[in-house]
Design a protein around this ligand. Sequence first.
Ligand code: GDP
Length: 451
Amino acid sequence: RPLVAIVGRPNVGKSALFNRLVGRRVAIVEDTPGITRDRLYQPAQWRGHHFTVIDTGGILFSDQDPLTVQVRAQAQIAMEEAALILFVVDAASGLTPTDQEIADTLRASLRPVLLVVNKTDNTRLEQHAAEFYALGFAEIYPVSAIHGHGVADLLDRVIALLQQEKALVPSDLKEEEESIRLAIVGRPNVGKSSLLNAILGEERAIVSPMPGTTRDALDTHFTWSEQPLTLIDTAGIRRSGKVQGTVEYYMVLRARTAMERSDVALVVVDAEAGITDGDKRVAQLAQEAGRACVIVVNKWDLVDPQILNSKGKLSAASRSRILKFTEQFRRECSFLDYAPLAFVSAKERFGVTSAIETAIEAAQNHAHRIATGELNRLIHEAISKHPLLDKGRAFKVYYATMVGVRPPTIVLFCNEPEMFHFSYRNYLENQLRAVYPLEGTPIRFLTRKAE
Ligand code: GDP
C-alpha cells in the first residue's frame, strides 16, 4: 500500500487532517510521550483506492530537541518512507519560519508534495496567497480539516498522484547535478549515430574515463570546454523478435525513454527530406516532456555542398538557403517557435560545435529563474496593456510566481482560471520571451483560483 505522509509544524491541524483521512470523527491527540510508532500508521481509502497515512507529527522527540530539529526529522522520515507528502500549513496564522524550514527540507524530496492550507474555514486563502506560493510548491489545497471543506478535492488529487507516482517530481530537482543531459532523438537514418560520433570526435569534447553508473550504463559522459555533458543513449532499445512493433513505435519509445532523463532534446532531422510528420511527432514528444529543444538539421552538405568553401563566413547564397529552410520550419512547426535551428553535417563535421553550444545555451535557459518581483511587474503590465475581458468580466492575476525550472513553470494566482485560454497564454509567454533569455525552452503556466 502506498504511504501518504502528513508533515507540518505543531498546531497546524495535522492530527485533525489525519483523522479526517482515516475516517475517524474523534480526534485522538495524545500528548504523552511513548506513543508507539505503529499507531501513527492508519489505513485509509478513497473511492475504492487504499493507502496508508502517517502523521509524522506524532513521532515524538525529547523535549530537549529544538522544534526545528524535530520537524526537520519528521519531514526527513516522510521523504524517505512516503510516496506522497501532504505539507500542512495554517491559514489562520500564516507562514512561520518553521514552515519555511520544512519547505526547504521537502524541496529536496523526490516525492510529490501537496501544500495543504488548513483552517481556511474562517480565513481566506487569498490573504496569504503570496507567501504560500513563495514556498515553491505548485499545488495548493485549501481545506478545513475540522469541517471537511476541500478534503474531497485533496483526496482526488492524492489518488491521481498515487496512480502516476512520478508525475510531480519537482522539476528543479536535478539542479545540483552540474552535467547537462542531452538526448539525441529523431527518425531512423537522419544521422543520430553519425552526430554522436561527430560530437565525440570534436577536439573540445573530452570523453572522461568516468564509467557510467549502472543506471547510466548507456550514457556517455564528457566535458565540452569545461562544461560536463552527458549524451543519453537509447541503443538498448532494440526491436525484439517477440514484441511486434512498427518503426514508428520504436522511434517513439526510444525518444521517450531518452527524453525522460534529459534536459535538452537534440531533435535531428534530415535536411534533404525536409520536415516530415515523424519529425514533428518527435519534436512534440520533447515539448510534452517539458524538455528544452534544438532542431539539428543534419546532412546540410547535401543541400549546400558549397558551405565549407567559404572562409569562415557564409556566402549570400548559403545564408538564403538557411533562411528559406528556417522559414519553412517555422510555418510547419509553429508550436515549436522557441526552438533554435542548428545546421550541421555530421559527415563533413560542419556546424557540430555551434550545435552543441546552442544546446548548452538552451539548457541554461531551461533552468532560468525570474525573480518574483520582476515577474509580477511584467505580468501586471502585460495584462493592463491588453486586458482579457469576457462577458463583462476581466481576467485578474493577483500574484504570479515561478515554482520551478526545467522547464520554467509559472503559477498565476487569478480570479477566473477558465478565462486563461490558449491565445492569451501565448501573449503572456511572448512578453516573457521578449525580456528574458528563454530561447530553446518551453514555458509552463499553471493557474490557480484565488478567492
Ligand atoms: P541514425 O539511424 O539516425 O543513427 O542514422 P545514422 O547515423 O546511422 O545515419 C544514416 C545514414 O545517413 C548513414 O548512411 C550516414 O552515413 C548518413 N549520414 C549521416 N549524417 C550525414 C551527413 O551529415 N551528411 C550526409 N551526406 N550523410 C549523412
